[in-house]
Design a protein around this ligand. Structure first.
Ligand SMILES: Cc1ncc(COP(=O)(O)O)c(C=O)c1O
Length: 380
């Protein structure tokens, strides 16, 4: 009870001599606009596609298993969310299901890099060829390596800089887009938005507290207070779109550099340990999904062979203080307060099976080699 690793969360840099907000745009090769959250960035991206296509009753496709902020963003932009089932035992949408759900009212598709595993952007784009449907890459859970910052495969890409994200300053987000008509629309929305009230002392205090609380000797504390609901999945309508605060933007550069300088040793040890075993209880999701190059993961995802095995492993791991997570509790239509948004025909059997069998292991900087050995002993 008195030792508990968080499922995600690196130490956040808060150097008082932060880089200038102007400087951070230089990290992104395309046009880049900073907003108050990842959800606000996604809502802006969707709104730009709604405006650009000029469709009446526009629809946006998104995965059936995802965080509820996707739904908040789509509704905020005045579009209807249309759910797409997963491919069997994979963290991404089934391509044939995407084709089935496209209609003349579809203005955009949101493709999510779940846990840091990239969606198949090229293949989804190929399905859309010749149609005015925009592909939005939701990269809230992934951040590119230094060498691939230049590449924008989708039409729009969004990032989150919120709690537990690869690059975090405890709030903020960005939309990246090539120069052109969509970028002009986003520039207009950005221009009209008020600037978030940046209070450097408060942000510094929050970051200092956060950096303390994610230590395993203290994390059990907020984690055991029911009303704090750390990591709980709840649906909240999006309240506001603002420009990201200048102080927070000024902290981004050092946290991007920190992200790039972090090693991937823990992730590699886990992958090697699982690959070397004959374990049939779990499937290594990143290994089966990314055959060529393993992406840097935000969490290490395992797909258990049954919901009972998943629950048993999670309980065992967490009794040892290892921050295993069951991720979102259900597919989007089953998330609390979401029932009114979707109708009963929104069935997604593959995503539902995935939601009951997924568990993630932490790979953040608080995880040591000893912890990896413990995890492997319990899981394999
Ligand atoms: C895939 C995905 N998209 C969007 C968001 C929303 O980001 P934010 O929390 O910064 O609003 C999240 C947050 O967890 C996310 O995981």
């Amino acid at each position: 009870m008195f030792y508990q690793l968080p499922p995600v969360g690196h130490q956040i840099g808060c150097r008082s001599q932060a880089a200038s907000p102007q400087g951070v745009a230089g990290y992104f090769a395309s046009d880049c606009y900073f907003f108050n959250s990842g959800a606000a960035s996604l809502a802006t991206a969707v709104l730009a596609t709604v405006q650009q296509t000029g469709l009446k009753d526009p629809e946006v496709l998104l995965p059936a298993y995802a965080c509820p902020e996707l739904v908040s963003a789509v509704l905020w932009a005045g579009a209807r969310p249309v759910l797409v089932d997963f491919a069997v035992d994979r963290p991404w949408m089934a391509l044939d299901e995407i084709s089935k759900k496209l209609t003349p009212r579809t203005c955009a598709i949101i493709a999510v890099s779940l846990f840091g595993i990239p969606e198949r952007i090229g293949e989804i784009k190929a399905l859309l060829s010749g149609r005015e449907i925009y592909l939005i890459e939701d990269s809230a859970q992934a951040f590119p390596e230094k060498t691939s910052m230049e590449v924008l495969q989708s039409d729009l890409k969004i990032y989150s800089f919120g709690r537990g994200k690869p690059v975090s300053v405890l709030g903020g987000g960005a939309v990246v887009v090539e120069h052109g008509a969509l970028s002009d629309r986003i520039a207009h929305i950005h221009h009209e938005a008020a600037r978030s009230d940046s209070r450097p002392w408060l942000r510094r205090l929050k970051i200092a507290l956060y950096n303390r609380l994610i230590s395993p000797r203290l994390y059990w504390l907020p984690n055991s207070v029911p009303f704090i609901q750390l990591g709980a999945t709840v649906y909240k309508p999006l309240q506001k779109i603002e420009k990201m605060g200048e102080f927070e933007m000024g902290l981004l550069a050092q946290n991007i550099e920190r992200y790039w300088s972090r090693g991937e040793e823990i992730q590699e040890l886990l992958m090697a340990g699982i690959a070397a075993s004959e374990c049939k209880k779990v499937m290594d999701l990143a290994a089966v999904s990314c055959k060529e190059r393993q992406p840097r993961l935000l969490r290490y995802p395992l797909l258990a062979k049954s919901p009972a095995v998943r629950d048993e492993l999670c309980d065992k791991l967490n009794r040892e203080g290892i921050g295993a997570s069951r991720m979102y509790p259900a597919i989007l239509p089953k998330v609390r307060d979401m029932v009114a948004v979707f109708d009963h025909s929104d069935e997604a059997p593959n995503a539902a099976a995935f939601s009951q069998r997924i568990l993630t292991l932490p790979v953040h900087s608080g995880v040591t080699k000893e912890v990896v050995n413990k995890m492997l002993k319990i899981v394999l």
